[in-house]
Ligand binder design. Structure first.
Ligand code: IMP
Length: 449
């Protein structure tokens, strides 16, 4: 399995970090290829919890290269915070490599993300407000600042100046909007208005340049030609894991646009985001929860706003790693999962958090949708209006009462749990190789291995 991609099969937060951590044992390098610190992975190792936003999940292995690929957008302040935090906990950071071509999330990107959401009002997307969209937009506009620019103060200053010029209007609008919101909320007087009118020190050209030159000094030992690093490992016949962030239904091209992220989390994007060829990929693992969750706005046909949804939220601790927001919960959607399987051409599935479903008398899985006009839809509709108004039709399967957290082999699972997994695998035509039954690293059941 030299080139193995791990992707989210739903709307994110499927537990890709844990699956990556487990498969990384057999790999030489672990590479992130898109997204930024909008992602959040939690890994539990020997009872200790580690939360990452930017650093690939493989960092806990001291002998493996951990790569932030060119397709990632990185906020240097956040990255340095993660590096310092891990060092304090005794994690060796020498193997962290950062692509010189990755783009930087600058302070103005974060402000513009908020400005965009405020402007949309009720129509807002519910972004993580980490500056992801504005940073990728600048990349496409060729106004982006790259990691390599941190190493040359003159270039850095010139590029920041050019990038800022086109944003003044939007940033001015943001401070006006903020003042209006404060006034509406009955806060703030003349003095606060005066502060808002002053230039924001976070986006002052000289402050930003100085600060980022300093970031550059600290990141320099990690900056590398990461594509070449991947080629060397692959050419030696060793395994590279390409770790996706977010998930298929949040894909900029194939997800539920515009309620998506600004990158391509599907497997094909690993080639562009890491600088490898399509034939370097041998396997694609999709990770799906045993039910479904979504954070932020956008269509979610199987969403539950009842006691069962509450059960999933509470038992599954469904609160965002990055923003702490409550996740929306619902039944497993097999129409959407089959779409994700095909888009990524998955070769294996990992189903996580099966333990969360125990205690539910009946389990439901969506097997088709019905449109507002009454038409039956077996495939994921490409037209957003159809998807927004579609209602799912379910297959019912018996639930299980047993606690699964101690199960370690297929035979330990109750017959109803096995039937649930078999139904999913048969429906989407992909074998399930791994099942999560708790947050711990050892709380897994390997199947078809
Ligand atoms: P952005 O990626 O911050 O621009 O947010 C766009 C959409 O993607 C919002 O609905 C976010 O909630 C969602 N999103 C971004 N990253 C993640 C993630 O790691 N897990 C789940 N949802 C995410």
């Amino acid at each position: 399995m030299p080139g193995l991609v791990i992707v989210g099969a739903q709307w994110g937060d499927e537990g890709k970090g844990k699956v990556t951590d487990l498969l990384a044992e057999r790999a030489e390098a672990i590479v992130r290829f898109q997204g930024g610190n909008n992602a959040g992975h939690t890994i539990v190792r020997d009872g200790e919890e580690f939360k990452f936003h930017l650093i690939p999940s493989g960092i806990l292995y001291p002998d493996k290269a951990c790569v932030i690929g060119n397709g990632v957008v990185l906020d240097p302040r956040i990255l340095l915070g993660e590096i310092d935090g891990l060092r304090r906990r005794g994690v060796d950071m020498n193997n962290l490599k950062i692509s010189a071509n990755a783009h930087l999330i600058m302070p103005y990107h974060v402000l513009l993300d908020t400005a965009g959401e405020l402007k949309l009002g009720k129509l807002s997307l519910g972004t993580t407000r980490r500056g992801i969209g504005p940073c990728y937009a600048d990349k496409a506009l060729r106004l982006g600042i790259r990691v390599q620019d941190l190493l040359d103060e003159k270039i850095l200053r010139a590029k920041i100046r050019t990038a800022l010029a086109s944003k003044q209007q939007a940033l001015r609008e943001l401070s006006v909007q903020r003042r209006k919101l404060r006034k509406e909320a009955g806060e703030g007087g003349v003095a606060e208005g005066a502060i808002e009118d002053a230039p924001d020190p976070r986006i002052d050209l000289h402050t930003m340049t100085e600060e980022h030159v300093n970031f550059g000094h600290r990141l320099e030992p990690h900056i590398a030609d990461t594509s070449r690093l991947c080629w060397d490992v692959l050419d030696a016949g060793k395994t590279v894991i390409f770790e996706g962030a977010q998930a298929t239904l949040l894909d900029l091209d194939h997800g539920t646009y515009p309620f998506v992220t600004s990158s391509n989390p599907i497997a094909g994007a690993a080639t562009v985001g890491a600088g490898i060829g399509p034939t370097d990929i041998d396997e694609v693992w999709g990770v799906a929860k045993a039910y479904a969750t979504r954070v932020g706005a956008g269509p979610f046909p199987t969403e539950l706003e009842d006691a069962t949804g509450r059960h999933m939220l509470e038992k599954g601790h469904e609160y965002g790693t990055t923003t702490g927001r409550e996740r929306r919960c619902g039944w497993m959607d097999l129409v959407a999962l089959r779409y994700a399987v095909r888009l990524n051409r998955m070769s294996s599935l990992a189903i996580t958090k099966l333990d969360v479903l125990s205690g539910l008398e009946t389990l439901r899985v969506a097997v088709r949708y019905r449109s507002r006009e009454g038409a039956l839809l077996d495939t994921f509709p490409y037209h957003q209006s159809i998807l927004h108004s579609a209602t799912p039709e379910y297959e019912e399967l018996p639930g299980f009462g047993a606690d699964l957290r101690e199960c370690r082999g297929a035979d330990d699972l109750p017959a109803e749990a096995r039937r649930y997994l078999d139904y999913i695998a048969d429906f989407v035509g992909v074998p399930i190789r791994l099942v999560g039954v708790g947050p711990g690293r050892d709380q897994v059941v390997w199947l078809n291995d």
